[in-house]
Write a protein that binds this ligand. Structure first.
Ligand SMILES: NC(=O)c1ccc[n+]([C@@H]2O[C@H](COP(=O)([O-])OP(=O)(O)OC[C@H]3O[C@@H](n4cnc5c(N)ncnc54)[C@H](O)[C@@H]3O)[C@@H](O)[C@H]2O)c1
Length: 368
């Protein structure tokens, strides 16, 4: 049995993600991690963090970075601050677990890559939805060949939300592309499974109360001919299945719990293999010249890895302490940002430049 050497973690940002995801996930893996520090500019949140973890709390990030016991910083601050906070932590000698979006644009992603190369083995990207069980299981089925050659993948993540927080405001770094986008653009890229040859996209603002997009349509075409069609939307009151996959021997639909399959048995050979130039008989007989022996099944979602989204910290421990490759590489993180930037540039939304982006908390103007 490998000896466990727990990692002491400092969490930056005790917000929805810091408090409701990171703290419970770290508690779930308490044998691998100790929460040694929490930092938030908001005193009430520091109190909550102290009650939840018993750790030291800080109002200033720089003070938490000075704690020599803390080995790893989980960066869960607002999106526009991610690069700056990552640089500070790496410079202070810490390992970094960085929330998505890992960069606001491709220029930032390149800076992140430079940091990654300068501090080898120290930067890990939290694209935790890579571990969504349905995503993993569907990918296994696609790779097994059960559905034949896959030509079309439809990904839907539909909600109807009238959100009004900073994640809906452009100059706060909001917009669905920065919010859920990194997860689903990642899924779309992985589903193409080949270099991307064509990208078409559309962004709209439907139901959120800010000025940023809340509806994304993305079409990717790979060098393998496969099309991935993604709809990620806060403006869709009727929900479609999260996954619909079409191949030349079957199809599936899937949601969080179940996968519905319709396929012909592996090894089954279609009898009629050629088209006929003659005049066809009346009726639809020639549309399906032989009955297709479909198998239809519903199976529970159960990927072979046994991992779920809240196991990402386990992967992080294994990467830091046991040299197991982390599931998301820096190159994959950069590709997500590259595709997102491509989508952004093709739209009417006016994305602020880095120096226009709202820094949190807003600086007080003198004389007011
Ligand atoms: N991976 C996921 O599934 C997931 C889910 C939700 C959010 N996120 C990401 O996490 C980040 C935070 O999102 P959120 O919803 O928790 O936001 P939030 O606004 O709820 O929380 C941010 C917290 O950070 C604190 N903060 C901001 N700047 C700070 C600073 N300089 N020093 C100390 N504290 C600071 C704020 O006071 C607040 O408590 C975002 O980048 C978001 O994209 C990821």
């Amino acid at each position: 049995m490998k000896k466990i050497n727990p990692i002491k973690v400092g969490i930056l940002g005790i917000g929805r993600a810091g408090y409701e995801m990171h703290i419970p996930e770290l508690k779930r893996y308490a044998k691998y991690f100790e929460v040694a520090g929490c930092c938030d500019i908001d005193a009430k949140r520091r109190k909550l963090a102290k009650e939840a973890t018993g750790c030291a709390v800080y109002g200033q990030y720089e003070d938490m970075l000075k704690n020599p016991d803390i080995e790893l910083i989980s960066i869960v601050s607002r999106s526009p601050d991610h690069l700056k906070h990552t640089r500070q932590a790496l410079k202070a000698g810490k390992i970094v677990f960085l929330e998505k979006p890992v960069a606001m644009n491709y220029g930032e992603a390149k800076k992140l890559k430079a940091l990654h190369d300068r501090y080898p083995g120290k930067l890990f990207l939290r694209h935790n939805r890579r571990l969504e069980p349905t995503f993993q299981h569907v990918r296994e089925i696609m790779a097994s060949g059960l559905l034949g050659k896959i030509h079309l993948v439809k990904l839907h993540r539909h909600f109807f939300q009238r959100r009004k927080d900073w994640q809906t405001i452009l100059d706060c770094g909001g917009g669905l592309l920065n919010n859920w986008g990194p997860h689903l653009v990642d899924h779309a890229i992985r589903m193409v499974d080949a270099p991307i040859k064509e990208i078409w996209s559309d962004l709209q603002l439907v139901s959120s109360l800010g000025d940023a997009e809340d509806h994304i349509k993305l079409l990717l075409k790979g060098a393998n001919g496969r099309v991935v069609d993604l709809e990620l939307s806060y403006g869709s009151a009727i929900l479609m299945p999260e996954y619909v996959i079409y191949g030349d021997r079957g199809a599936l639909t899937a949601d969080a719990k179940e996968i519905k399959l319709k396929y012909v048995e592996p090894g089954y050979k279609f009898k009629v293999g050629k088209a006929d130039r003659g005049t066809p008989p009346f009726g639809a007989v020639s549309y399906n010249p032989e009955p297709i022996p479909w198998v239809e099944k519903t199976i529970p979602v159960n990927p072979s890895s046994g991992l779920a989204m809240n196991d990402i910290y386990k992967c992080l421990y294994q990467a830091v302490r046991e040299n197991v490759p982390f599931p998301i590489t820096i190159e994959e993180g950069m590709e997500i940002v590259r595709v997102s930037e491509h989508i952004r540039k093709k739209t009417a939304f006016e994305y602020p430049t880095a120096d226009q982006i709202y820094q949190f908390p807003p600086e007080k103007k003198s004389g007011k």
